[in-house]
Design a protein around this ligand. Structure first.
Ligand SMILES: [Zn+2]
Ligand SMILES: [Zn+2]
Length: 252
């Protein structure tokens, strides 16, 4: 990429069928507005735990699970997180979150759709089933007012329209504002989130939680447990990006 710091600045590029990163005209007008070489340069999370999408060493077998999921399986049955939280993907998530970057949201959401379609057609172990409902991770009301939008809804929209799965943005509420999760380990994050969500009742649906970035997975674990308690049959996690583990740590 010749201009690595230029990020989706060109609205004209989006409208004219050009790559949003390098402005090259797109040979094929698809749902993701990136040319082949920019698309190939994205930080894909290809070799990862089937259950929590934690990046695994390349020596691990495909469709295997990480040490933590093997020992203590999370309440969700699998995670689709196509990108690592670094480079452009990290920048896009930040812009989506902090500056209401709708183009970034659309792009990340469509990359999630592409990853889903690829995995849906994949081998049995790595196959992602079609959810019946999409539930974006809710923000606490005070945070929603301050930020003005929920980034997970922007990500869930392309998934909903292209996969034909209903988006239930009010199905779950964050009933307790939790202290910031930053800097906390997984166990502390989980206890920090105790009683954080309330869900409407379900009748055996397969639900996909939609989120922007997964770090320890404590938020989606707590939300998945809440959805299962409320009657969901199965919970999947569709998350745009996944952080790589810090040196020497494990776990979703
Ligand atoms: Zn390009
Ligand atoms: Zn795992």
């Amino acid at each position: 990429m010749s201009q690595p710091f230029r990020v989706l600045s060109s609205t004209a590029a989006l409208l004219s069928g050009a790559c949003v990163l390098c402005d090259q005209p797109l040979a094929i007008q698809g749902s993701v507005d990136l040319c082949q070489s920019c698309s190939a340069a994205l930080p894909y999370n290809q070799h990862c735990c089937l259950r929590c999408a934690l990046p695994l060493s390349t020596a691990a077998l495909p469709s295997s699970v990480c040490e933590t999921c093997g020992r203590d399986p999370p309440p969700f049955s699998l995670t689709l997180a196509p990108l690592l939280y670094e480079g452009f993907a990290q920048l896009w998530v930040r812009r989506l979150k902090e500056r209401f970057g709708l183009m970034e949201g659309r792009l990340l959401g469509n990359l999630m759709v592409e990853a889903f379609l690829e995995r849906q057609a994949g081998t049995f172990a790595g196959r992602v089933p079609l959810p019946e409902v999409l539930v974006p991770v809710p923000l606490a009301a005070s945070r929603l007012i301050r930020r003005g939008h929920n980034q997970s809804i922007a990500l869930a929209k392309p998934l909903s329209s292209r996969l034909g799965v209903p988006l239930r943005r009010l199905a779950v509420q964050r009933i307790r504002r939790t202290a910031t999760q930053r800097g906390l380990g997984r166990t502390r994050r989980l206890s920090n989130l105790e009683g954080a969500f309330r869900s409407r009742p379900w009748r055996g649906e397969r639900i996909a939680i939609v989120d922007d970035v997964m770090t320890t997975g404590a938020t989606v674990s707590r939300l998945a447990a809440t959805l299962l308690d409320a009657g969901a049959r199965e919970v999947l996690v569709f998350c745009a990006t996944r952080t790589a583990p810090a040196q020497g740590t494990h776990g979703y």
